[in-house]
Design a protein around this ligand. Structure first.
Ligand code: ADP
Length: 385
């Protein structure tokens, strides 16, 4: 087991006559303490797999340093790195049994006796709940069982670190949710430093001790899932983390009011002076769907009128699509409510955006200038641990 660190790691892919190349990973620095679970999350093409492949030694590092334990491993070959990788495609040998698939890596990489290998394989298959499948071949297993074999093969090597590249994406939704929990328990039990790549923000939110959000090769934020959700560094993180996404409205500041195409939001004078914003700044106001209150009788200053476009009852919550007057038809925003739906399409409702829940971002850079307040007496970092 070991701590993993990336320092200013950059990867540029260059073709033969391609001077500039593609910057796949741009100056990324992140630390994974010994035994921690870091989820690397971002949209397709943001550089997740490239980052993982550099850690594994399957891709050279253009600039920066990768450190595992106390040694820099940039120039160490993949075989000599004590790292086990699990892929989306399970990459099992179809003609070998489960027992032989799991034993194979050990036979190749260690000088343990046959007896030691056999008992290591049995121990791992028991841990993974596949000890009754030892003599089957991959073709005789379900997708979930194959994934367990692939994980078992990684675990049996007892590596310094696990790297997992979308390992659950071939499974159906129910099994994926089950395996998420199982993987987390397993990782806690084994205490092996793990980097897990996914494009799925739900997976990132539910699995990671910490998540690292990437966009276009650049690291946007590293934090606990709740930090990234409630205290996003910028508009990208705010929009990417959370489903349905945060609602955003462009506006410009006039003394203590934010004027948007649809409404004028009044801030308390103190909050604007605390933020130290210049008059006429171009800003983006953000509010999460669950923070919007639908209330006819509210006397809140920031109560606006909107029309309900459609209500999607999900059972545990309702996703209410809303629209302000005079806005383009595709310019909806979303509120979520609990219980039995109290509004239906065509209704005109009052919507309240409580000031404590408002986020503000600079329009040109996307940087957060104000995040929501948290109803907690400690520091935000303590609450979001
Ligand atoms: P992700 O895993 O987040 O989907 P990747 O790490 O696969 O993203 O890719 C990051 C960027 O690098 C993308 O723009 C992709 O097109 C580019 N890329 C990946 N592999 C190569 C390669 N072998 N040669 C050139 N460009 C590549």
């Amino acid at each position: 087991m070991a701590r993993l660190e990336l320092d200013d790691v950059t990867k540029v892919y260059r073709g033969d006559d391609d001077e500039a190349g593609v910057v796949a990973v741009d100056d990324v620095s992140v630390e994974v303490p010994d035994g921690d679970f870091l989820v690397l999350v971002g949209p397709s093409g943001c550089g997740k797999s490239t980052t993982l492949r550099m850690i594994a030694g399957l891709e050279t590092v253009t600039a920066g340093e990768v450190t595992l334990g106390d040694r820099t491993i940039n120039d160490v070959s993949a075989q000599e790195r004590d790292i086990a990788m699990v892929f989306q495609s399970y990459a099992l040998y179809p003609h070998k049994t489960v027992r032989d698939n799991i034993a194979f890596g050990l036979e190749e990489s260690t000088d343990r006796s046959d007896g030691e290998i056999a008992s290591a394989v049995e121990e791992v298959t028991e841990l993974m709940g596949i000890d009754d499948l030892l003599d089957r071949k991959p073709g005789e297993l379900s997708g979930g069982q194959q994934q367990r074999v692939a994980l078992g093969r990684a675990i049996v090597r007892d590596p310094d670190a696990f790297l997992m590249d979308e390992p659950l994406s071939n499974l159906d939704a129910k099994l994926r949710a089950e395996m998420r929990t199982e993987l987390q328990h397993l990782q806690e039990q084994l205490g092996v430093t793990t980097v897990y790549v996914t494009h799925d923000q739900t997976e990132a939110m539910t699995m990671g001790d910490r998540i690292a959000v990437l966009d276009q090769g650049e690291l946007q934020q590293v934090g606990t899932p709740l930090e990234c959700y409630h205290q996003p560094n910028n508009l990208f993180v705010a929009g990417f983390i959370g489903e349905p996404s945060m609602n955003v409205f462009d506006g410009h500041l006039q003394t203590t009011e934010l004027v948007t195409d649809s409404f004028t939001y009044s801030f308390s004078a103190e909050s604007v002076s605390d933020l130290d914003l210049e008059d006429d700044s171009e800003l983006v106001l953000g509010i999460r769907p669950e923070d919007i209150e639908l209330g006819e009788h509210s006397t809140d200053e920031n109560r606006f009128e909107a029309e309900v476009v459609v209500v999607e009852p999900m059972g545990n919550e309702n996703i209410v699509h809303l629209q302000f007057d005079d806005t383009p038809t595709d310019d909806e925003f979303i509120a979520t409510t609990e219980g039995v739906p109290s509004v239906s399409s065509g209704d005109r409702v009052g919507v309240v955006f409580p000031e404590a829940a408002i986020h503000l971002f600079e329009a040109d850079t996307g940087k957060a200038v104000k995040n929501r307040q948290l109803s907690f007496t400690g520091t935000p970092a303590e609450m979001l641990q």
